[in-house]
Ligand binder design. Structure first.
Ligand SMILES: Nc1ncnc2c1ncn2[C@@H]1O[C@H](COP(=O)(O)OP(=O)(O)OP(=O)(O)O)[C@@H](O)[C@H]1O
Length: 265
């Protein structure tokens, strides 16, 4: 494990959070968050409930503005939803259209493209998530895990450079969650996408991440940035019994349980 100090400007980070703060009235939700999300890696934001993880994702995706500070994506300030960004949410039942079959749901965000390219992207994305031959089902005919695969396929169809995922597996059972974690790592390795996942699950953060950004309790700051040096490909049994995994998980757990105020980044 390498502990990295919070972000400094002028690096090759895909995404840069520079002293991002957000207040809702008198409620200071996040306080001066600085961090780098490296290109073509999986980064995970982990933190206790209410520490501002979803708030940060909304700011990163351009759906909300910081009260102060700045987000830069590929060097440019984010002031609206950037080109090349896709999002997957926890609640697949609300992100998929129940009246559309799988292929139409996946195609929806790329409707502006020519028909041939659309068809090719839909086919590829559905194959990537292992749903070939399920194209003509409706979401309500599928399990929760399958629906979340559809949501991931829809994100992939837009050929994102940056994939943001907000608690993507919080609504599925443990086995499905494990399968979807492996699916994400395989896709990321194949396509080289930059992925940023928000979770409150410590095991998941260590298992998935090249980099973990640990947030403190509110008003949140970056408690620590941890570069995870576990080898890839990872495996639920071998990786999770690796002494390094256990060490990093314990370290993150201690950080999240600490009542000490974290140093301002
Ligand atoms: N639109 C909003 N208006 C007012 N306050 C908000 C809004 N969104 C978030 N907050 C407040 O900001 C703080 C952080 O909320 P946020 O949902 O970002 O945390 P979180 O870490 O994602 O929480 P959880 O893990 O429980 O989902 C909370 O105090 C919340 O009440």
């Amino acid at each position: 494990m390498t502990e990295t100090s919070a972000a400094t400007a002028g690096t090759s980070a895909e995404l840069l959070l520079d002293a991002v703060s957000k207040s809702y009235g008198d409620n200071l939700a996040v306080r001066s968050i600085s961090a780098e999300v490296p290109a073509s890696k999986i980064s995970v934001i982990v933190g206790p409930s209410g520490c501002g993880k979803s708030t940060l994702l909304r700011i990163i995706s351009g759906l909300d503005n910081p009260t102060s500070g700045q987000v830069r994506f590929e060097g440019d300030p984010v002031d609206g939803v950037p080109e090349g960004l896709a999002m997957v949410f926890q609640d697949y039942s609300r992100s998929l259209y129940p009246w559309m079959r799988v292929d139409k749901n996946v195609e929806f965000p790329i409707k502006h493209l020519p028909a041939k390219e659309r068809a090719e992207r839909v086919r590829f994305a559905i194959e990537e998530v292992g749903l070939t031959h399920k194209e003509k089902l409706y979401p309500w005919q599928m399990s929760g895990g399958m629906q979340q695969r559809v949501a991931i396929a829809r994100a992939l169809a837009s050929h994102p450079k940056l994939l943001l995922m907000d608690e993507p597996y919080a609504s599925v059972d443990a086995q499905t969650r494990a399968d979807l974690e492996d699916l994400l790592m395989r896709i990321q390795a194949e396509l080289g996408i930059t992925v940023l996942v928000v979770t409150h699950d410590i095991d998941e953060s260590v298992y998935l991440a090249d980099r973990i950004i640990v947030l403190s309790s509110p008003p949140s700051v970056v408690a620590e940035v941890i570069d995870v040096d576990l080898p890839r490909p990872r495996d639920h049994i071998a990786t999770k019994t690796d002494q390094r995994f256990v060490e990093i998980r314990s370290h993150v757990t201690r950080l999240l349980r600490s009542k000490e105020p974290a140093a301002t980044a």
